[in-house]
Design a protein around this ligand. Sequence first.
Ligand code: ELE
Length: 208
Amino acid sequence: MNTLDLCQYAPVIPVIVLNRVEHAVPMARALAAGGVRVLEVTLRTPQALDSMRQIAAEVPDAIVGAGTVRSAADARAAKEAGCQFAVSPGFTVEVAQACQELDLPLLPGVATASEVMLAQSHGFRFLKFFPATAAGGIPLLKALAGPFPDVVFCPTGGITLATAPDFLALPNVKVCGGSWLLPQDAMDAGDWDRITTLAREACALRRP
Ligand SMILES: O=C(O)C(=O)C[C@H](O)[C@H](O)COP(=O)(O)O
């Protein structure tokens, strides 16, 4: 698989922080029911790896990846847990090489022109733009389109349902990432219907 294949299902990739393993499967089913099949489960909680394992084993509609991959060890753990892709908040040669060796497609993060050039020199042309809003938002993405016409981005960080359409309108944005699809109160309450509704709203976002 190529990371660009992840963009074909929905215009948004949810960035997920799971605190309870027992929420993993119903959450993944709720998102898939709303049309969101590609899930980024961040390695920010001790529950993340077991959650990914369960989603990979029990929700065939879901394509589960690991987010917050910051080291080769993270990449190995993600692969072992059954992840189909990895997402990193930044770019390091260590993570890039580990993912290449593991045959684990990687969406690496960048926030500057220099980081785009470094990622390109390692063969990447689909990049996460993080932290999107804080790093310069839409003006920076427009500026990067000039020198990097062949690079496309997944902006994440501070994007909401209200602001996602402006990002998706840019020719160099393929998909947006965000945690807004999974409000903490809905997760805590196990309100899976609300998450399916939010996923449907996200899928309705289209390029203008
Ligand atoms: O953990 C990672 O791998 C990251 O790089 C960061 C996440 O993509 C953003 O933190 C999501 O941002 P929000 O949608 O504003 O919550």
